[in-house]
Ligand binder design. Structure first.
Ligand SMILES: CCCCCCCCCCC/C=C/C(=O)SCCNC(=O)CCNC(=O)[C@H](O)C(C)(C)COP(=O)(O)OP(=O)(O)OC[C@H]1O[C@@H](n2cnc3c(N)ncnc32)[C@H](O)[C@@H]1OP(=O)(O)O
Length: 303
């Protein structure tokens, strides 16, 4: 624990907030590529690129929303549509989620969607966050996260919805639910997801301190399943997918659903209340002030 906290102390502090270690700056443009082979089926919206290989049944869903793949309303909507199409596509058996941006898997929820907007916007945004979690946590196909960069808060949540997580072995990368560091509280279903992933005691420490783990520490607590050199993230994800695919789909699917249904049902039962809680919490002056300071710090931080 102390070791994890010491590592955490490397984060940049501002008031009660901390940032992930930086060092990377990102270009804001990206080049899209398309495959022409008849076995490959590529589609690309502005923020999500899907490449489905019909011969293997594996789809690679790449986040391409520079600079940091933050989960904005647009990002979440595009991702949701892509996942829905793949779930309906019989030629797809598994999905690998990964990033097309250097050094970042996803910076989590887009703070700009939670700052300075009206309650209707906050409600719409929150429902789209719930939607993507519900979709991924109960996704019938195999999902693997190829975590090729840092992965705070909502980014970590998205990775935790997957059936398996492979993280790039770069000590600069971090993963975890750091909400308390921002002065905000992870909702109950974020908490349920991390409890289901790492167990109750580890989740307690992780959530209260808002711990961000290096790849090796994440592996130790079971937040990720494998750590590999960055250039091997995608090939390892493909190999792992093949192992999952060796299991009869219906048996695997039903097992996944039985294990996850109580957690999914809990959000479904309290979805409206959760949205109301979010809107009232995020609209508070004190929370808006904290988020505003955090945003300013993010923008001013030059390393
Ligand atoms: C009683 C219970 C009630 C419950 C009610 C609910 C309460 C609310 C719960 C909400 C749950 C929240 C989940 C979240 O996901 S919050 C977001 C958390 N994310 C972070 O803290 C990450 C912040 N970002 C970073 O640490 C770094 O940016 C990062 C390590 C990811 C990348 O570093 P790098 O040096 O490569 O890049 P920069 O820092 O220079 O960033 C580039 C630009 O991107 C902007 N940025 C970064 N992150 C975000 C973000 N999450 N949203 C929006 N914008 C972001 C950053 O400002 C830079 O912008 P400029 O280029 O304009 O300067």
């Amino acid at each position: 624990m102390a070791a994890v906290l010491r590592r955490g102390a490397k984060f940049i502090s501002f008031g009660s907030s901390q940032l992930l270690p930086g060092g990377c700056k990102h270009g804001r443009t990206s080049t899209l590529s398309f495959f022409s082979s008849s076995n490959r089926n590529s589609s690309s919206s502005s923020k999500i690129k899907v490449d489905l290989d019909g011969s293997t049944g594996i789809a690679v869903v790449k986040f391409q929303s520079p600079p940091v793949n933050s989960m904005s309303l647009d990002f979440l909507t595009e991702l949701s549509i892509s996942l829905e199409k793949l779930e309906l596509d019989k030629s797809c058996r598994g999905v690998i989620l990964t990033s097309g941006q250097p050094k970042i898997f996803s910076a989590g929820l887009d703070i700009l969607d939670m700052y300075g907007k009206n309650p209707e916007h906050y409600a719409e945004f929150w429902k789209s966050v719930q939607d993507i979690w519900l979709k991924l946590y109960s996704y019938s196909k195999i999902t693997i996260a190829g975590i090729n960069g840092s992965c705070p808060a909502g980014g970590c949540l998205m990775a935790m919805t997957c059936d398996y997580r492979i993280m790039a072995d770069d000590p600069r990368y971090r993963i975890g639910l750091n909400e308390t560091q921002l002065g905000i509280v992870a909702p109950f279903w974020f908490m349920d997801t991390i409890v289901n992933t790492v167990g109750h005691r580890t989740a307690e420490l992780s959530l209260q301190f808002g711990l961000m783990y290096s790849p090796s520490d994440a592996l130790k607590i079971g937040l990720v399943d494998q750590v590999v050199p960055e250039e091997k993230v995608l090939s390892t994800a493909t190999e792992t997918m093949t192992q999952f695919m060796a299991i009869p789909d219906h048996a695997r699917e039903i097992s996944k659903s039985m294990l996850r249904k109580p957690t999914v049902d809990r959000l479904l039962a309290f979805r409206d209340a959760d949205t109301k809680n979010f809107v009232s919490f995020i609209s508070k002056d004190s929370i808006q002030k904290s988020l505003g300071m955090y945003l300013t710090m993010l923008k001013q931080r030059k390393v």
